[in-house]
Design a protein. Structure first.
Length: 106
């Protein structure tokens, strides 16, 4: 009895992000520190402080061609529902670095 021919399965390749459009990130690592802090990483869902003006909860991080924008919610309190939150949103522009893509819009 001969062996049956094995069919090779093609693995679907994920689409590469379009570098001309915004790409959501999970985190961003920089070769330099933020402001006067010692941190080099900014991650969605974590706390962030540049040691100067921007500190708070990282709500989103988006990579654009040549830079990234982090949405920082100053005064955000964990465990409090959104309608009861009282925070100020600040946007931090970041140049350089690399990160992990959260999802590539189709």
């Amino acid at each position: 009895m001969g062996a049956a021919e094995v069919k090779k399965l093609e693995q679907p390749q994920p689409k590469a992000p379009d570098g001309t459009k915004p790409v959501p990130l999970k985190y961003l690592y920089l070769p330099y520190t933020f402001g006067t802090s010692i941190s080099r990483v900014i991650q969605v869902g974590s706390s962030f402080s540049d040691g100067y003006q921007a500190s708070g909860h990282v709500a989103s991080l988006t990579q654009y061609p040549g830079f990234a924008i982090a949405e920082i919610r100053t005064g955000w309190v964990p465990g409090v529902i959104e309608k009861d939150q009282n925070y100020v949103t600040k946007y931090l522009m970041i140049t350089g670095g690399h990160g992990l893509v959260a999802e590539v819009p189709g």
